[in-house]
Design a protein around this ligand. Structure first.
Ligand SMILES: [Zn+2]
Length: 509
């Protein structure tokens, strides 16, 4: 789709798709989804939409709107990304970039969460009025759709939009219009919403990666209870913590967002102060941390601090390692590896990763030695003298192989320069040093697909499918099946289409 709308600040992708439909005059929800995602089965989910790679191909590379950026800036993913372990965070991002089919929601724990989900899209009338003034149109903001927040931090309580359907019927994307979002009076915001909203906005606008592991959260909450005076030896005084949470937020508000801590219902709160075995939602973390830290809480620095906590086991790993030990092994290997890739072995050991080094030295020495040997050499090479000629040849060889392998996948997204680069091992280094890589440069200028070439490929696929299906090739049908329109087709693609219709066509319109 050419001229796909660029998202406004804090705009949901759902909203961008709705605007695209309105600009193009597409009224059928299915047709719009197909046009946007080149796929009929995709769903424009409000909180965690997938197929972000396809979406990102609508934007020029210069905007830098790749799948990850779209996920962090225009979906509700950051609310969960900071609180799931690092390996799961990257898995969810992969699902969002490609096909998800519910996996991202499941891994984020949306379905199993205690937190009450919102039932209808919500808006702030005064913010909408401001949007119309600024941009001449309205759009759905992420910060209006956060479960647990029922108010705009500037103007007052949010209002449920007048939409004919509830959120589960989400094949259709609705625009913000004076009909769906009328300008009505708002009651003042409740203070709990304002507090949660501040932290939720910090989360939405940041990228806390890599995210902390369960062992680190366990340690964090234990320390929090200790600093609050709710520990006795190794025991936690759960009743005291419960009292503090209830006093801070009020039982009624906690129940209204699904986090009741009434008798028999506060197991979730206890489990936050025990060993973490599952991820908790942003709202649970905010509710507990705010009550215990008080008004000085700054959520992002706290999460970053949790990520730096050292968690060293007391017992060395025995040869009969159980599952838990193996998980620990993986945990230390991953952390050490991340550091040595970035800093090299010596600097990593001296600058903050001594504990990981010591643990691996005691429990996993042969792996540590192998790993260090590998990165000592690589680090030295990269820093001293990259042989750009050699690098150039190996990159271009890889790109040629890639092209040969993928050339016949005719329904693939557009092969832009950026798409080729992201398939290589060091895309950022290559891009930065492109002037030293003449062969790679030449490859990219020869084989990156222009908009016309991409349109022609889609036309060819549509024609060949029509010939196989019915033997009848009509111009309007080719345009429809290839997702193109008279307005957006380029001159070159249009000429090829005319020629093809002359060759194979029937019933030319
Ligand atoms: Zn507002």
């Amino acid at each position: 789709m050419l001229g796909f709308p660029v998202p406004y600040p804090d705009e949901l992708l759902y909203s961008v798709i709705a605007r695209a439909g309105s600009y193009e005059g597409i009224t059928s929800p299915k047709e719009l989804i197909e046009e946007v995602f080149a796929n009929r089965t995709a769903i424009a989910s409000i909180d965690l939409p997938s197929h972000l790679i396809e979406l990102s191909t609508h934007y020029p590379d210069s905007l830098g709107l790749d799948a990850e950026k779209l996920a962090y800036r225009h979906t509700l993913f950051p609310l969960c990304g900071a609180f799931v372990p690092e390996s799961r965070r990257t898995r969810i991002l992969k699902h969002l970039a490609g096909r998800s089919q519910g996996a991202a929601h499941m891994l984020c724990g949306v379905a199993s969460s205690k937190v009450k989900a919102i039932q209808k899209l919500r808006y702030c009338p005064l913010c909408v009025a401001k949007q119309f003034e600024l941009y001449g149109e309205g759009y759905w903001k992420r910060s209006w759709q956060i479960a647990g927040v029922s108010a705009c931090s500037e103007h007052g309580e949010l209002i449920q939009a007048k939409l004919p359907v509830r959120l589960e019927h989400r094949h259709q994307c609705y625009m913000v219009t004076p009909d769906t979002c009328p300008l009505v009076a708002q009651s003042p915001a409740n203070w709990q919403s304002l507090v949660v909203s501040k932290h939720a906005k910090d989360l939405l606008n940041s990228r806390t990666s890599p995210s902390p592991e369960f062992a680190q959260w366990t340690k964090h909450y234990w320390q929090l209870a200790r600093d609050f005076g709710a520990t006795k030896g190794k025991h936690i005084n759960h009743a005291l913590i419960r009292e503090c949470i209830s006093e801070y937020w009020s039982d009624a508000w906690l129940a209204s967002v699904g986090l009741s801590i009434a008798d028999g219902q506060f197991e979730w709160l206890k489990s936050m102060f025990r060993k973490h075995r599952k991820a908790f939602s942003y709202l649970q973390h905010i509710a507990v941390m705010q009550a215990l830290h008080g008004n000085k809480l700054q959520i992002i620095p706290v999460i970053n601090g949790v990520g730096r906590l050292r968690v060293v086991p007391k017992q060395p790993l025995r040869s009969t390692a159980n599952n838990q030990d193996r998980a620990l092994l993986r945990f230390y290997r991953r952390r050490w590896l991340r550091q040595v890739i970035e800093l090299g072995t010596k600097v990593a050991r001296l600058q903050g990763s001594g504990a990981e080094y010591a643990w691996l030295y005691r429990n996993d020495r042969s792996w540590l030695k192998r790993c260090n040997r590998r990165f000592r050499v690589r680090f030295a090479q990269v820093n001293n003298r990259v042989q750009w000629g050699v690098r150039d040849k190996s990159v271009v060889r890889y790109l040629i192989r890639l092209r040969n392998e993928k050339e016949l996948q005719l329904t693939a997204p557009r092969w832009t320069k950026n798409r080729y680069l992201t398939q290589t091992r060091y895309p950022a280094t290559i891009e930065k040093n492109m002037h030293k890589l003449p062969l790679t440069q030449r490859f990219l200028s020869m084989y990156s697909e222009t908009v016309s070439e991409y349109q022609i490929r889609r036309i060819a696929v549509a024609i060949s499918e029509l010939i196989v299906d019915s033997g009848k090739v009509k111009r309007w049908k080719v345009l429809k099946n290839s997702g193109l329109s008279r307005e957006r087709i380029t001159e070159q693609a249009s000429a090829i289409l005319d020629w093809s219709i002359k060759q194979y066509g029937q019933g030319k319109l």
